[in-house]
Design a protein around this ligand. Structure first.
Ligand code: FMN
Length: 209
């Protein structure tokens, strides 16, 4: 089945079947997709908390407008942005590039200057907004990968980020919640996924120049 066909079939499921769990291998594949998502300058200035613990999810549900997807899915992905992107963060990334590509660190001086220049040009607020955007790209890749695996993924913005941060202890980790996604399998009586998909026509969505 083509990706377009899979995307036609996917839905932001409202009612998951708690008895239908995704496998550990599938969970790992979803994490691989997030890991491979593109990000600005390659910095990946976020982390993803994969929540399966029932008690924690119950608390998160209360902070998520009681949305049942939070507890009844197989796992909840919490995309969290780094709250501090300092020079050390940029330098550590260059260390990683040098290590993975097995090149002299000095040969990356231009790349390093570009990253450090970008980071120093932004306020803390701008950096956080920038990181939040990166999490949404990763979210999109997760949703696409899930559909390819026949797994339902429900992206959600309906939650109290400050409460999520508190429940998951994110502040101490230098993180703050950006967006979340529940993954699992839809319940047979999930009404939403049976509805016809509504999308604006291409003539409204695209402008060709
Ligand atoms: C960033 C984002 C946040 C969303 N937040 C919620 C949410 O909090 N609760 C919910 O039920 N659906 C949420 N949705 C699902 C959208 O309503 C859904 O994707 C849209 O209506 C299109 O439906 P479809 O994804 O099933 O095709 C969210 C989707 C996105 C991309």
């Amino acid at each position: 089945m083509s990706l377009i066909d899979q995307l036609q079939k996917r839905a932001a499921v409202k009612k998951f079947d708690p008895s239908k769990k995704i496998s550990a291998e599938q969970l790992d594949q979803l994490q691989s997709a997030i890991q491979l998502a593109p990000s600005s300058l390659g910095l990946q200035s976020f982390k993803v908390i994969v929540v399966q613990d029932a008690e924690t999810r119950q608390k998160l549900r209360a902070a998520g407008y009681n949305q049942p997807q939070i507890t009844d899915s197989s796992a909840l992905f919490v995309f969290a942005s780094l709250t501090s992107l300092d020079e050390a963060f940029g330098k550590k990334f260059i260390d990683l590039v040098a290590n993975v590509r097995n090149v002299e660190r000095e040969s990356l001086a231009g790349y390093e200057q570009m990253i450090l220049g970008k980071l120093s040009s932004l306020t803390d607020e701008q950096k956080l907004a920038w990181s939040h955007k990166q999490t949404y790209i990763a979210l999109g890749v997760l949703v696409s990968q899930a559909s390819e695996l026949g797994i339902d993924a429900a992206p959600m913005e309906g939650f109290d980020a400050a409460k999520f941060d508190e429940i998951l202890g994110l502040k101490e980790l230098g993180l703050t919640t950006s967006v979340i996604a529940a993954v699992g399998h839809r319940a047979d009586d999930d009404v939403y996924s049976k509805m016809i998909k509504v999308r604006r026509p291409k003539s409204e969505l695209f402008i060709h120049v």
